[in-house]
Each structure stands twice: as C-alpha cells, then as structure tokens.
Design a protein around this ligand. Structure first.
Ligand code: ZN
Length: 431
C-alpha cells in the first residue's frame, strides 16, 4: 500500500507529459502512467519529433521500475521501456540502458556554436561552446590531453577565449593522452581573485570500462579533482544519453563502453569489447544544419569489432569529423567514411607522437570518400619514429582549430598554424 502516493493514470492518445527539452521526458503515444508525489499533471508543451527518445510506459516484459527525477523538480517511480520515435510511430526496444542520468535543463537558446580542437600535441582535447544572444556561453570539455597538457594548453586556452564555466567534462576513455590533463583544468589555482578558475557547473563523465593499471593514476586524479570541486562523483556516460548544453543543440551519446546505437534495430547494442579504444565515448552534435562527430580513439578494425562502421548508419552524413585516434590506421576506414561523408576532417596529432600518426592510409580514405575534403591537423605529426615513412603530410597544419556556425548554411574553419592561418567559409552540403 502506498497511502502517500497518488497513482495518476493518463491514457489518452497523443497525450504527452514532458519537460522543456527533448531528451529528459516521459512520453508515450498510447499511455502514460506516472506515480508521483506531489501529483502534478503537466501540460502538453512539447510535440514529439522523429528521433526523440522516449520512455514507453505501460505493460511490457522489458519494463522496469525506475526512480526518475525530472528537471522541473518532480520525481517518482516510472515503469518504462526505452524507445525512439520513428516517423509517426514509435518502436520499442528491449535494451536495458535507459537515459537515467537526469541533467539540469539548458538555460538559454543557442545562437552560435564553436567547436575547438585544442592543440595539446600528442593527445586530444575538444571544446564545445554554445553561445546565447545575451552574452551567455557554456562549454563542454571532451578530453584534455595527457598529464601537464591541461596546465600547459587547456587552462590557457580556456582563459584566452574566456570560458570559466564548463557544464560537462568528459573523458572519452581512460587512456592518459585524453584523461591526463582533465584534473589540471579542474584544480588550476588562480593566483589572484581576478584570475580565472574553471568551474564545473554540471557533471563529469567517464566511459564504462575497467581502469587498467597503466591508466589508474591519471584516472584517479581526474575523479578526485571532480569530487574535490563539486562534491559529486563522476558518472558513466553511455548511449543514448543526451547532454542538454543549450536549447537548440542536440548532443547525443552514440557510443560508449563498447555499446552503440543501432539504427536498424533501434536499440543499444553492447559489443562486449575489451579494447580500451573501442570503449571511447562518441558524441554526435547537431545544431541546425550543422553536424559534427567526435569519438576519442574509437576504432574501425576487427579488434574493435568495427564499431565505427556499426555506428555510421546512426550518425549519417555529417559536415565535420574529428578523426578518431589521432589519424591512426586503426580508425576511419572506407565503410565508415562512405556513410558519414565529411566535408572537413580535423586531426588532433602531435609532432611528439611516435605512433606514425597521422597515417597516409587514413588521408587516402578521407580523400577517396570526398575528393574535395578539407583536412586540417593540429601539428605536423610523427617525423622521427620507425613509422615515419607511413605518415602523411597532406593535412594542413593549423594549430588550434575552431569551427564556428550559426546553424545555417555556412560554417567556418579557422586555424593559426604554419600551413593554415586564417579562416575559410564552408557551405553545408544540404543547402
Ligand atoms: Zn589517444
């Protein structure tokens, strides 16, 4: 018996209960059962669109009771299955990884998006910034290079563009060339009150993977820095969770922990991979006509179970690809590129790498997928190791790379490197 709880049954076709954005909501085209306290009947303020994820409530063997806290403060136990809107109907899925990370709603409408590939030498760091009409700005930091690169490059870069607040900080996977600098960004100690401190105002994430002994030191420093600054532990980010950064931009987790969003079956498929790179978190970012994909060191060969190829149908045709794994031959092969068809490829590679990055074969794959593709890279790449003869020099060395768009037909790419300095305008291919 639940004397304090009120059982609310809403069973009208086309009745929606939801909050002010598309990713955290309770929705069904048939029925909605919400048991909550206090009882609140929401008004219909959102019409479901194709591609929205929803929680299908009702009787299904796949349903589970889960405690849900909505951003408007309501909470309760909901019995649901995850699904996705396809055309005018929805499909159910039997997957067991619902978007149960409940995040605070976005605070403003996006009017401009910037994607920054920060030159952290051998390693990776991508900063996503959403701007509002009233001087608002909010960032998402995806990796920060290896140890000391957060201090050396991450913090100065954030200072230079004036991003003191980060809503989400994400380690794509546990390798130290991605995670090593994250704690430095969070623990940077300003020397005077006017100096800059990076505040994490939202959540910190990691991928679902075991922490190997070689990764443990950097990983522990990251999670400790998060707890120290926010008092909260890191969370696991896995598909299909969406990150509400600003209203009007969709940031969807399409892969993570070796699982990916499968377009055909409309479900999250766990490949059971053991390889650390294959467990990289991949984010598909959509703002207006602009689409961008970034995924750490996600792989596309057999030991990674071709995870890039598997996720490609869900990603679809994009504008800009942050090439995975620093241009390694283990990623970015032809089947993947034949689906995602980028116009611009950005490679985070350091001249201090000795892995033979970026590989000629990857550049060839990029060019055969699109003869007009523009390829930019942060540094020249490996010139000294045993693999140096396999390294391509075709991508233009651009240092820090900035992609900027208002979501319309045009976007720009800006660089400040020895081979590319200045700005080029690009046109979205569906304009
Ligand atoms: Zn890496």
């Amino acid at each position: 018996m639940l004397p304090q709880r009120v059982f609310l049954l809403i069973a009208f076709i086309l009745f929606f209960v939801q909050t002010s954005y598309a990713d955290i909501f309770v929705i069904s085209r048939k029925s909605v059962n919400v048991r909550s306290e206090p009882t609140t009947r929401s008004s219909t303020i959102h019409k479901a669109q194709k591609g929205d994820w929803f929680l299908h409530l009702g009787n299904s063997p796949d349903n589970k009771w889960r405690n849900v806290e909505l951003p408007d403060g309501r909470s309760g136990w909901i019995y649901y299955t995850l699904g996705r809107i396809e055309d005018d109907n929805y499909l159910n899925t039997s997957n067991d990884t619902p978007p149960d990370i409940i995040l605070t709603p976005p605070e403003f409408d996006i009017v401009r998006l910037e994607v920054h590939v920060i030159n952290v030498r051998q390693g990776d760091s991508t900063l996503i910034v959403a701007y509002g009409n009233d001087n608002q700005k909010v960032g998402l930091l995806f990796d920060a290079g290896k140890q000391r690169r957060g201090d050396e490059f991450g913090v100065p870069y954030l200072k230079s563009i004036g991003i003191p607040e980060i809503k989400y900080i994400i380690s794509s996977h546990h390798d130290s060339d991605h995670t090593g600098g994250l704690d430095e960004v969070l623990t940077y100690d300003p020397q005077d009150p006017n100096d800059f401190q990076v505040k994490l105002i939202g959540k910190a994430f990691v991928t679902k993977a075991e922490v190997k002994s070689s990764q443990k030191k950097q990983y522990d420093q990251y999670v400790t820095a998060v707890v120290k600054q926010t008092g909260e532990a890191v969370s696991i980010l896995s598909p299909p969770a969406m990150l509400p950064l600003a209203r009007g931009i969709t940031i969807q987790t399409v892969t993570g922990g070796g699982a990916y969003l499968d377009k055909d079956t409309n479900s999250v498929v766990d490949l059971g991979v053991t390889d650390a790179n294959a467990k990289s978190i991949g984010l598909l970012i959509t703002y207006g006509k602009f689409t961008f994909f970034v995924a750490g060191d996600l792989g596309g060969i057999s030991k990674h179970k071709y995870i890039e190829n598997k996720i490609a149908p869900f990603i679809g045709n994009i504008d800009v690809l942050r090439v995975s794994h620093h241009g390694s031959h283990t990623s970015t092969d032809e089947p993947f590129l034949s689906v995602v068809k980028p116009e611009v490829a950005l490679i985070s590679t350091g001249s201090d790498n000795n892995y033979g990055h970026p590989r000629k074969s990857v550049i060839e794959h990029l060019k055969s997928s699109n003869p007009n593709i523009k390829i930019y890279q942060t540094e020249e790449g490996d010139q000294t190791s045993q693999y140096k003869d396999l390294v391509s020099t075709e991508g233009l060395v651009a240092n820090n790379i900035v992609v900027s768009t208002d979501g319309g037909c045009l976007y720009s790419i800006e660089g400040s490197g020895v081979e590319f300095t200045g700005k080029v305008e690009m046109q979205n291919d569906d304009c």
